[in-house]
Write a protein that binds this ligand. Structure first.
Ligand code: ZN
Length: 308
């Protein structure tokens, strides 16, 4: 049988990454370009469609592309067709991207939240079984979270499940409003955005990429890492997961204190269980991860459509 491919796309606030994923989840023709290239003139959707068409014409000639699968940094509706809100990219919201893409490109299209795609990659890469509960914590500019229960990504009534960064606290109230409009959200202090704030206000002159190496022993940084553990431990105490994936830009920074983070998670996990049986898996850094994860999602959805 002719080899089949899914066109995987990872739309980020800074870069768009594209590639063809085969059925063994190998990646081909990986390309990356600036997100600004498609948003600058205000026609984000039209430009995204053009990008897809151009990519297919240049890199997929003669190949059987059976699906398009796109990860967005967005809230997506329960049907996984409509983008509801995208804080960092203009021109995508309230749009049935699946209908538009299928009409203009003519290939079955699937979309999901970017962190869901990342976790599908991490589960594949780490040989994590689908049975059981896996939680993914992506500590980046914000606080991303994905939950898989027996191979099903948790989506929720409105498609807004696993918004872990918006756990309310009293501590965060002094930090102004969250991007969601509320005050007190954990993401206000458990995120890369807050680390940048600490860097600017407490460690003037330090490049953020060096902050753990230069100031990792400082009590402010200790408290920051400790606070990152709070939402993670909260979710662990609710779900008692089989696997805990830790990833995102913060965990991949130079000299990031993994030991300190894990110790703080243990400190706040309920005793004796789940605390005595936590299984941490770290994401491996990779520009391609979200594209491969999107490909995995695409093949899974195609299998489901076919009734397998
Ligand atoms: Zn919030």
């Amino acid at each position: 049988m002719e080899e089949r491919f899914v066109l995987g796309i990872d739309v980020g606030g800074t870069n768009i990454r594209v590639g063809l994923v085969d059925e063994q989840f190998g990646l081909h023709e990986f390309k990356m370009e600036k997100t600004a290239n498609i948003t600058a003139d205000g026609n984000t959707v039209e430009n995204l469609i053009e990008l897809v068409k151009k990519y297919l014409a240049e890199h997929a000639e003669g190949k059987q592309v059976v699906g398009i699968s796109i990860g967005f940094p967005s809230t997506i509706d329960k049907s996984r067709r409509v983008i509801l809100s995208t804080p960092n990219i203009a021109g995508l919201d309230n749009l049935n991207i699946v209908d538009v893409m299928e009409e203009k490109v003519g290939i079955p299209t699937f979309v999901n939240k970017d962190v869901n795609m990342l976790m599908l990659f991490d589960m594949h890469h780490g040989s994590i079984p689908e049975d059981g509960i896996t939680t993914g914590f992506y500590l980046g500019t914000g606080l991303g979270n994905a939950i898989s229960i027996n191979g099903e990504l948790l989506i929720g009534k409105n498609g807004a499940a696993a918004e872990l960064g918006h756990i309310p606290t009293r501590d965060g109230e002094s930090l102004g409003k969250c991007g969601c409009g509320n005050t007190g959200c954990m993401e206000l202090f458990a995120s890369g955005k807050y680390l940048q704030h600490l860097c600017d206000t407490c460690f003037e002159g330090t490049f953020i990429g060096d902050i753990f190496e230069k100031h990792g022993d400082h009590e402010i940084i200790h408290k920051f890492v400790h606070d990152l553990a709070l939402p993670v431990a909260a979710e662990i105490n609710i779900l008692d997961p089989d696997y805990i994936i830790l990833g995102g830009g913060l965990t991949q920074m130079k000299a990031f204190p993994k030991d300190l983070l894990e110790a703080a998670i243990h400190e706040h996990a309920r005793k004796p269980y789940p605390e005595q049986n936590l299984k941490f898996v770290y994401s491996v850094p990779g520009q391609e991860n979200g594209v491969i994860g999107a490909g995995i999602h695409g093949f899974k959805q195609l299998d489901r459509k076919a009734g397998n």
